[in-house]
Design a protein around this ligand. Structure first.
Ligand SMILES: NC(=O)c1ccc[n+]([C@@H]2O[C@H](COP(=O)([O-])OP(=O)(O)OC[C@H]3O[C@@H](n4cnc5c(N)ncnc54)[C@H](OP(=O)(O)O)[C@@H]3O)[C@@H](O)[C@H]2O)c1
Length: 265
């Protein structure tokens, strides 16, 4: 899926949490639209391969930055490294998350819960704030955080994940009100079931639990959406690109659902 213009020429984006799914698709879409991109993850070799693949396809500078996004000091140094290497910072896309195991509130591992609060709220919003400080220097920018539909559908035994993602959404919307005067927009893109290894694993686990067939469970879930299909990482990337680019210049503080009509509220 290619965009028609290269409106991000001269801009620099960070994709925080660049694996094979949404992170890869977002980094590729941003680079195709002209941005130089810093891609961030913990494991060096797959990240370097991803950066090389996107640079080769788009001709943009794509820099792999290995960092643990849960470490606030590493968040600071990755922003510094991006600006030192690529010259500026105009866009941040926060993809990485800490889900944690399924558990009812009654059985919660509270230390683990705090880790999700730290990762999904504190570290994510700290990175937003570090990026916004750099964006302000160039009269603005755009931040897109990735939400979770399960924060709305309130799936059982997922409160560690859903509540921390919901807190991140509220913090993002609040930040949008605070930094608008600096020309900075903050939005959330919330995927539905998004195809890829994570979704395949989820249906495999459901099948093991229920004794069903993973492919049938996946197909049934797709049929439950208004459009009768799952979303692809490229669909999420298109929404991210729209919000990052000038085409989204008057949109801030929104949560944009991309879920093929899995949930319509
Ligand atoms: N797939 C779905 O159906 C679905 C549905 C709703 C919401 N989401 C949201 O989509 C996002 C994930 O999408 P995805 O799985 O497609 O992403 P992805 O691009 O496949 O992967 C994200 C990458 O983040 C990196 N990461 C994880 N923890 C990190 C850390 N502490 N520090 C640095 N990097 C880290 C991982 O690489 P390393 O292991 O190398 O660090 C991972 O490959 C999450 O925000 C999730 O809540 C997904």
């Amino acid at each position: 899926m290619k965009t028609q213009d290269r409106s991000l020429e001269g801009k620099v984006a960070v994709v925080a949490g660049a694996g094979p799914g949404i992170g890869r698709a977002a980094a590729l879409a941003l680079a195709r639209d002209g941005a130089d991109v810093a891609v961030v993850a913990r494991r060096g070799p797959p990240l370097e391969a991803l950066a090389a693949e996107i640079a080769e396809e788009t001709g943009r500078r794509v820099v792999p930055v290995t960092a643990d996004l849960g470490d606030l000091a590493q968040c600071e140094s990755l922003v510094e490294r991006t600006v030192d290497t690529l010259g500026r910072l105009d866009a941040l896309v926060n993809v990485a998350t800490l889900g944690g195991p399924r558990s009812a509130v009654a059985d919660m591992d509270w230390e683990g819960y705090l880790e999700s609060v730290h990762f999904n709220v504190v570290a994510t919003m700290k990175l937003c704030s570090l990026a916004a400080a750099r964006m302000k220097a160039h009269s603005g920018g755009s931040i897109v955080n990735i939400g979770s539909l399960s924060s709305t559908t309130l799936e059982l035994k997922l409160s560690r994940y859903t509540s921390t993602k919901a807190a991140m959404v509220v913090a993002s919307k609040t930040m949008a009100r605070e930094v608008g005067r600096d020309g900075i927009r903050v939005n959330v893109v919330t995927p539905g079931y998004t195809s890829g290894e994570g979704l395949d694993r989820m249906f495999r686990e459901m099948a093991e639990h229920t004794g069903g067939d993973a492919e049938e469970l996946s197909a049934r879930a797709a049929r439950e959406t208004a459009l009768h299909r799952h979303v692809d990482p490229e669909d999420i990337a298109e929404a991210v690109l729209f919000l990052v680019s000038e085409r989204g210049r008057n949109i801030t503080g929104v949560e944009l659902h991309v879920n093929a009509g899995l949930w319509i509220g």
